[in-house]
Write a protein that binds this ligand. Structure first.
Ligand code: 13P
Length: 340
């Protein structure tokens, strides 16, 4: 393998190092607006960098967080004390990552389905992100479960875009996180989630193969196989863990560097418990870890928002705890009693 490819593999392995996972703070300006509105903070550039600097300057965060996914605005910003955010991350041992898709847009001809955009000009944007200090990227596709959906067309269109994105990332020396999120919204049962997730992942890995993507230099960000959020008799932690691992074993090649999960609307402790249960199911071909957004940030965001200046340290303490709990879960060593 060339030195160039070796570097990709080394970065991918560092992203899923034992006991570490990824912090997702790459909410677009629209999504962060919703998060800040939920805690009654005005969505200004100043508040966004204040909040995100608070998270990234948490002492000891790098013990459990291998990398953080930033949004375009954030990778260019400085902390309130004038330090580039990327520099803060490098000093903390946290790899800078960047979301590069431009969002999920309605898929023409298919009601209620979406395809993720952002390929136009991507090669040029990636070279700029390399200059800015990024080491890995994220692209999120969205698959919705409903009456007669997802369609094959939606699954294939998203898999194709993910593979083109991943190939461009590797060409630029950046590790792609490929994220085909099967939404948990709806009343569907565990079996439906399993079938849709399996079909989505198989289509994705077929396209990654077709596009010559090096799997050892790729990280999969997966949604768990889980009952719909509105379903009756939702599956237990054990059932979710077993179904998710079975599905991944069916569909994900062993050469993938690692798998990290999104939280997708699960509570913080639920997301930790699911990851921990999966890591107790015996030897698996890849590390299983986390790349949570809401399930890492929720408590810290709520605490910070109550008094952004006065509660900085207490909000950081909450984030540190959550990161530590998930770090333990990534090794199958979490116990509910550790929650305190
Ligand atoms: P959640 O964990 O809040 O689902 O966010 C993770 C993410 O980055 C989705 O793309």
């Amino acid at each position: 393998m060339s030195d160039f490819l070796e570097q990709l593999v080394t970065t991918a392995q560092a992203m899923v190092a034992p006991g570490k996972g990824i912090l997702a703070i790459d909410e677009s300006t629209g999504t962060i607006a919703k998060r800040l509105a939920s805690v009654k903070v005005e969505n200004t550039e100043e508040h966004r960098i204040d909040y995100r600097s608070m998270l990234l300057t948490t002492q000891g965060l790098g013990d459990y967080i291998s990398g953080a996914i930033l949004y375009d605005e954030t990778i260019r910003q400085k902390t309130p004390d004038g330090k580039r955010i990327v520099e803060v991350m490098n000093e903390a041992g946290i790899l800078p990552g960047i979301k590069v898709d431009t969002g999920a847009k309605p898929l023409a001809g298919f009601d209620d389905e979406k395809v993720t955009e952002g390929l136009d000009g991507l090669r040029e944007r990636l070279s700029e992100y390399v200059e800015l200090g990024a080491t890995f990227c994220k692209w999120r596709a969205v698959i919705t479960i409903g009456d007669d959906i997802p369609s094959r067309t939606c699954i294939e269109a998203n898999a194709h875009a993910l593979a083109r994105y991943a190939a461009l990332c590797q060409e630029a020396g950046l590790v792609p996180i490929v994220e085909p999120e099967v939404l948990m919204d709806g009343t569907h049962d565990l079996d439906t989630s399993f079938d849709v997730t399996e079909a989505t992942l198989k289509a994705l890995f077929n396209q990654l193969y077709e596009h010559n993507v090096l799997l050892e230099g790729t990280v999969l960000k997966a949604s768990m196989v889980i009952s719909g959020s509105e379903a009756d008799n939702r599956a237990s932690v054990e059932e979710v863990a077993e179904a998710t691992v079975d599905c991944l074993l069916n569909a994900v090649p062993a050469s993938v560097a690692g798998i990290v999960f999104l939280s997708g609307g699960q509570t913080e402790v639920e997301a930790t418990a699911h990851l921990n249960a999966m890591n107790n199911l015996g030897d698996l071909p890849w590390p299983l870890s986390f790349s949570y957004g809401r399930a890492l940030q929720h408590g810290a965001l709520t605490e910070w928002a109550a008094d952004p200046k006065g509660n900085r340290a207490s909000a950081q303490k909450i984030l540190h705890h959550r990161a530590r709990m998930n770090g333990l879960a990534a090794m199958g060593e979490w116990n509910e009693a550790d929650e305190g």
